[in-house]
Design a protein around this ligand. Structure first.
Ligand SMILES: [Zn+2]
Length: 60
């Protein structure tokens, strides 16, 4: 797996960190996946995230 450029966000309310691929163009519609709100989102800017596992893909 290789690094993926992602825009990083943190929801202060839920204490959850998540990233959105920078290829996703409209970053203004991003909301916290837990509380579905953008009120407590901190913008962490872009960073490289190393994906070691994808959802739905399990080790043998
Ligand atoms: Zn939240």
């Amino acid at each position: 797996m290789q690094g993926l450029e992602m825009h990083l966000y943190c929801c202060e309310d839920c204490n959850v960190l998540f990233g959105v691929e920078t290829a996703f163009e409209d970053q203004s519609v991003i909301v916290c996946p837990v509380c579905q709100s953008d009120e407590n989102l901190l913008d962490g800017g872009t960073g490289s995230v190393e994906i070691t596992r994808q959802p739905g893909v399990w080790d043998e």
